[in-house]
Design a protein around this ligand. Structure first.
Ligand code: ADP
Length: 638
């Protein structure tokens, strides 16, 4: 009752307020999105508000444990109250509450820089279920409400404030009354339309269903008054209705249940609701470690990389609980960078005072982190072995991360990761591991061959690969920038060295080296001189069979690596030691040889054209495309 009268007075005052506070522009945009949302899963507003309520209680409970305020877990709870006539849903918690300033800052501004990203992500993916990632969950209440009121009293303060907003126009905060600390959020539901039925959120069964679906794991009781029937007093042939406060959630967090009691679907639902994904994960792993190092963990391998995964905005980490209390949202030290895509949580008895800084020095946490790393590795290896289809899906999303992991820190983790990478095989037309490649090596084959290119299709037709293919040797296709760097760091696999098909020396025993005659030597020297520093040498090719020309490289730096370096900002024009290889059995070489004695200028042009073509094959830029075009046309007109 008290609450109703207050709402009325609040309503009156909003029209009286002269200066309504404006939402910050960013927030305004997100709010507009929510209000006009055509998103079909509007129901998630309840999950967002319940999880905010639970967080607010966590904050107070945590504070109490640290400062001995004397609360016990049983003191806390969340209430849902529905008023069908007034069309309101009220969610109250007795958590930490908000001061006037906090109401203003937390609900009037989206403090995180995430709001624009959010808007973009929603526009790109038409998916609002990622709301929580952006710290804009509260606003989802506007998907179903015309107007929202937040009455809050911060713990330790005797002043309460009421925040209210009807959306776009702005919001208002004013002094109010509230008996004790915590927050009450009242939503005034929108009117039903032809397409949308908002009234369903006033139904007991619907709320019960939503709490079960999204918020069952919340560790504080979520209570609601429900209607029950019982035999009427005095006349047990009749029944009578009565109301009772019921706890809707099961309270035990899923990771504390026995594995046998949890279905795959429950694991997946928990994942989707907790980590804001709309797809089932590829794999869920539940650890219940006992013995000297007791902890529980839930680990998930997502099916898709988050939109910002490969940007520096992405923060890796697992949720960290101490005996069921959340103490850190993202504990980065629990995951190595190369498994940064893993989502999940760890629950163990740890000091509550653990902070980001001290985490690294905690011996128990270090051990847990090392166990988790091993477990993830084993799970991935298992998937690779027994569920190749899913592993390939995984690798499409996160393979790049694994390859970076291989390369980083001078290969410090290569032993852990080398069996998790897969590359497309030219012979097999599918992804293979190094192990599989080596097992299928031909007799006499000394090296693991690879080629660097834009795509497997481009690699298949690379002139440089002709001789290796002729020998029947398989070639791994390296199509990501990091690939060749990772392979170089790895150096060898099972005592077999890697060799690029673009390396000056292919290491093929049976390749007959074209012996250059004295005349050839003269021609090659002339070609080299006419091209100057652009190449280190011109050679009769040991790579080519049918193609006329290609580039190979000698030394540590390959042409692929040159490209990567020169694409970096502030590139310094690093250059590989390029060898221009010409196929002595191609008619163009015969033509050059015939022109050599009579027309040196023509040979110069040929050298220039062949070199430019070799650049084009590599996807390297021509220094002067116009000149090249003129040169070719002049020769064509001859
Ligand atoms: P997020 O919860 O992701 O930070 P929200 O938009 O849902 O984003 O909420 C913004 C902030 O408002 C929260 O971070 C929290 O500080 C505050 N807040 C929301 N609901 C409550 C509540 N019930 N009690 C106390 N503070 C709350």
């Amino acid at each position: 009752m008290f609450w109703h009268s207050q709402v009325k007075s609040a309503r009156k005052t909003i029209s009286e307020v002269v200066s309504v506070r404006k939402f910050k522009t960013e927030s305004q945009r997100v709010l507009d999105l929510m209000i006009n949302s055509i998103y079909t899963h509007k129901e998630i507003f309840l999950r967002e508000l319940l999880s905010n309520a639970s967080d607010a209680i966590d904050k107070l409970y945590y504070k109490s444990l640290k400062e001995n305020l004397g609360f016990s877990k049983e003191d806390f709870g969340i209430r849902i109250e529905v008023d069908e006539n007034a069309r309101t849903i009220k969610i109250s918690d007795n958590g930490i509450g908000m001061t006037e300033k906090e109401l203003d800052e937390n609900l009037g501004v989206i403090a995180r820089s995430g709001s624009l990203d959010f808007k973009k992500a929603v526009e790109d993916k038409e998916e609002i279920n990622i709301i929580g990632q952006f710290g804009v969950g509260f606003y989802s209440s506007f998907m179903v409400s015309d107007r929202v009121e937040v009455l809050s009293r911060a713990y330790g303060s005797d002043e309460a404030y009421l925040w209210e907003s009807s959306g776009a126009a702005g919001y208002d905060i004013k002094k109010a009354e509230k008996d004790s600390h915590g927050t009450e959020i009242t939503m005034y539901l929108k009117k039903d339309t032809e397409d949308e039925n908002y009234s369903e959120f006033l139904q007991e069964y619907r709320i019960r269903q939503l709490v079960k679906k999204y918020s069952d794991y919340i560790r504080y009781p979520i209570k609601m008054e429900v209607e029950r029937t019982r035999p009427a007093e005095g006349d047990d042939k009749k029944t009578e209705k009565y109301k009772e406060l019921e706890t809707l959630n099961s309270l035990t967090p899923i990771w504390r249940k026995r594995k046998a009691d949890i279905t795959a679907e429950e694991y997946n639902e928990f994942y989707k609701n907790t980590f804001y994904d709309y797809q089932d994960p590829l794999k869920a792993t539940h650890i219940a470690a006992e013995g000297s190092l007791e902890y529980k963990a839930l680990l998930y391998i997502p099916a898709r990389a988050p939109y910002d995964y490969y940007s520096k905005n992405y923060e890796k980490g697992l949720r960290l609980y101490s005996d069921g209390i959340l103490i850190m949202e993202k504990c980065a030290d629990l995951l190595p960078d190369y498994f940064g895509f893993v989502k999940g949580l760890v629950d163990s008895e740890l000091s509550l005072n653990i902070s980001r800084e001290t985490v690294q020095h905690d011996r128990r946490l270090k051990l847990i982190a090392s166990n988790i790393e091993k477990k993830i590795r084993a799970e991935l290896a298992d998937m690779l072995e027994n569920d190749r289809g899913n592993y390939e899906k995984f690798f499409k999303e996160f393979g790049l991360q694994i390859k970076y992991g291989l390369y980083e820190n001078w290969g410090a983790n290569k032993e852990n990761l080398k069996d998790l990478v897969i590359f497309h095989s030219v012979n097999k037309e599918k992804m293979v591991t190094f192990k599989e490649y080596v097992a299928d090596m031909k007799e006499g084959q000394k090296y693991i061959y690879y080629a660097v290119g834009k795509s497997a299709d481009a690699i298949k037709v690379m002139p440089q690969a002709e001789k290796v293919k002729e020998a029947g040797y398989d070639i791994l296709c390296l199509t990501d920038e990091v690939d060749e760097f990772a392979i170089k760091v790895l150096g060898e696999y099972d005592k077999k060295e890697f060799r690029s098909v673009s390396a000056g020396d292919l290491g093929l025993d049976n390749a007959q080296k074209s012996e250059a005659s004295d005349k050839d030597k003269e021609i090659l020297k002339f070609i080299k001189e006419s091209l100057g520093d652009k190449i280190k040498e011109a050679r009769l090719s040991s790579h080519l069979k049918t193609h006329p020309v290609c580039l190979t490289a000698e030394g540590e730096l390959s042409i692929g690596m040159e490209k990567v370096f020169n694409n970096l900002p502030g590139a310094k024009g690093i250059s590989a030691e390029k060898i221009l290889e010409i196929n002595a059995s191609h008619p163009v070489y015969a033509k050059i040889a015939s022109l050599f004695d009579s027309d040196k200028d023509a040979v110069k042009d040929y050298a220039q054209i062949l070199y430019s073509q070799a650049l084009l094959i590599e996807g390297l830029p021509l220094e002067n495309p116009t000149e090249y075009s003129l040169l070719v046309c002049r020769r064509l007109a001859d």
